[in-house]
Design a protein around this ligand. Structure first.
Ligand code: ATP
Length: 235
């Protein structure tokens, strides 16, 4: 469904990704793990066209997308929830969700059903529907960022560090919801600093080291790999 082939990306003269090849099949949840600076965020930013690769190709459902503009990527159904949950802090919860509907509202569809679906997933957002987003807790802002992406009816979610800065019980709630969404058919590419959690909820995983794929495979195999246990799982 989504395929990166030999993708290289640099920040000016500084290389960040070196001939990276990763693949995500329809309906899969795939984890991207690795140390700080390994290139995980750069990979997501490149898929969503915030960054342009210096070489390589990116395909989505058979269409080449590495030269597309970010708006086209959203239109195709690839939704990025960036690190640091960037919600519009001066808008209410519901206004934030409405911003997410741009992809399909032009076709004259109602958004009421989509908002209800988000509220069903995250009842706290419904309780706070008229509250300004700045007044939400970190966990609620993460839910809102996720909910806003869902409003665009994505085919693929690119999730960057959803657990960052959240209390363990809130992290679990967010992961549980992501898992449910995946089980309902949504494809997910998950970047996560918590390698243990990422490898537990995903089906396959890639380990990045200095912009390259160092290892990849089924998460159950990766969890048993001694190199992963020593480097990322604290064993
Ligand atoms: P983290 O978990 O710390 O975000 P990461 O795996 O997501 O790490 P990236 O943020 O993708 O890693 O960074 C990959 C490399 O690119 C690193 O060497 C980083 O220093 C560099 N880099 C990232 N952003 C920029 C930037 N805006 N300008 C210059 N170099 C950058």
């Amino acid at each position: 469904m989504l395929r990166l082939e030999d993708v290289s990306v640099s920040y000016g003269e500084v290389p960040a990704l070196h001939r990276l090849s990763i693949e995500v099949d329809a309906g899969e949840m795939v984890a991207l793990i690795g140390a700080n600076g390994a290139g995980k965020t750069t990979t997501l930013n490149t898929i969503s066209a915030i960054l342009k690769p210096s070489s390589g190709r990116i395909w989505f459902e058979g269409e080449r997308i590495d030269q597309c503009e970010p708006e086209r990527i959203v239109e195709l159904g690839i939704l990025h929830v960036p690190e640091g949950r960037r919600v519009f802090t001066g808008l209410t919860v519901e206004e934030n969700l409405a911003v997410g509907t741009t992809r399909w509202r032009r076709r004259g569809m109602s958004m009421a059903g989509d908002i209800e679906r988000v509220y069903k997933l995250f009842p706290r957002l419904q309780e706070r529907r008229n509250q300004l987003a700045w007044s939400l807790s970190g966990g609620e802002q993460q839910m809102l960022a996720l909910g806003r992406a869902l409003m665009a009816r994505p085919k693929v979610l690119l999730l960057d560090e959803p657990s960052l800065g959240l209390a363990p019980n809130i992290t679990q709630e967010v992961f549980r919801t992501v898992r449910e969404l995946n089980e309902a058919g949504l494809t997910v590419l998950l970047v996560e600093q918590d390698a243990y959690a990422a490898l537990r909820i995903s089906r396959r995983g890639y380990v990045l080291e200095t912009g390259r794929v160092a290892l990849h495979g089924n998460c159950s195999d990766l969890r048993r790999d001694v190199r992963i246990q020593e480097a990322y799982l604290g064993k």
